[in-house]
Ligand binder design. Sequence first.
Ligand SMILES: [Zn+2]
Length: 73
Amino acid sequence: MDMVDFSFFGIVAIIVIKNTPYHQRVGDLWAKTIVVGGDSFVCTTCKEVLTLTPAEMLSKEFVCPVCQTTIKI
Ligand SMILES: [Zn+2]
C-alpha cells in the first residue's frame, strides 16, 4: 500500500508542478490583456472614447453610454 500511495502522490506532485507555471503564465497574460484593453476604446458609432470594465471586455460586447449602440469587441 505504501508503494501505491507513493506512486499516486508522486503523480499528483508532477501534475501540480507542471500545471502551476502554466496557470501563472496564463494569469499574467490575462491580467495584461485586461489592463491594456481596459485603457480606452473608441466607439465605432459616435467616436466617443470609452473605458471598458473587465466584465464588459469578457462579455465581448457593451452598450455605448453616449449613443446607446451595442458594440461588439
Ligand atoms: Zn457611441
